[in-house]
Write a protein that binds this ligand. Sequence first.
Ligand code: HAM
Length: 425
Amino acid sequence: MIQKPKGTYDVYGNYGKNLLYLRDLIQTLMEKYNYQYVRTPMFESSELYHRGVGETTDIVSKETYDFIDRGDRNMTLRPEGTAGVVRSFIENKMYGEASQPIKCWYYGTMYRYERPQSGRFREFCQFGVEVFGTSDPLADAEVISIPVNLYKLLGLKGIKVNINTLGDIESRKKYRETLLEYFKPYLNCLCEDCQKRYETNPLRILDCKIDKDLDIMKNAPKISECLNDVSKKHFAKVKEYLSAMDIDYEINENLVRGLDYYTHTVFEVEANVEGFGSQNVLCGGGRYDSLVETIGGPSTCGVGFATGIERLMTALEYENKLPISNNSLDIYVIPMEENQKNYSLKITNILRMNGFNCDVDTMNRNLKSNFKQADRLNCKYIIIIGEEELNNKILTIKNNVTKEEIKISEEELIEFFDQNIASEN
Ligand code: HAM
């Protein structure tokens, strides 16, 4: 039998129902925040990610799905959303629009050739936002508040917000030099990856999972020692704004993130639930004030984040918050015989077009089996259509909760359900 590719999964049944509900909730939340929806291609030229995400990151050096298309172009399935949205911002000249800043959100699949494990897939889905054109730390705080509020709306309790600053270009440069000097005598003590990181991106040594318990890591100089005044002020404001929104956070000076583009604020939100597993980071993001320019656009500030939808769903499962969708069937229509199917279908169609969730038997079940099916579908009302109903256009409606039956004429049908169902929905 042909099986799905390693590291992928199928969406169906209740998982699909919950997933759609979550996407709707995200859309509603984004409307409340006044963010616009963007969609960019699932593949882009490979160069975009080499320039945008960074040559030396694990994502670009080890994890991209690259292919050469039939026109001999080097293409890459998107491993993340930011680079593509930045490309779109530049290509569509959004920086020239009258209304600034540009605040956008996206939702879609990403592809990374990683070792599959719980919470880590090769095809996974992200909801993310990117804000362009403002250097105000208020935007950093607003972006951090989005996943925090989403998780709160979904009822998650065990979440922990970790924040840090990498400072502006000047501070980052100074910190890089300080780290190079510090780690130089200890190079042999570091793992093979960190020895490479020493050459390419020494900041990333700090979030190494292998070397994290070494004393030299614990005693490494902190970014706070290298921040200039502008960077200190920016970070202080972010913290102030988070407190204004009653968002609790912890400062983690080893948080540097795995992508090269960040400046100033970086953050991650963890699911702080026992037994959740090692992939407990629900989302990550931060400010990237040079990325637009690196990709070929005019100098423009940016800040954003992305959350993994699968990890979010797992967190909801762990905290017993599933199902999140309470979308049950309003009405189930049962034709008694073959010659009542036309009329049953007509009634079903009218109900659907009037906004009710309605289904009709297509399995030619007997009445008893149809009642069972109505229960399986958790439906509120059943309409039974037999010879008499067809001839008189008077319908038998059964309340599937109280089991009461009433007769209602076809003309009164919508009014009845409007009064009895629409008010509940
Ligand atoms: P990231 O930290 O690479 O950041 O990914 C963000 C989130 O996507 C992670 O916290 C995790 O929940 C989820 N994720 C990442 N890889 C996988 C995987 N293999 N399987 C399942 N979930 C995964 C970014 O992607 C940045 N573009 C975020 C950003 C937006 N920064 C600024 N703007």
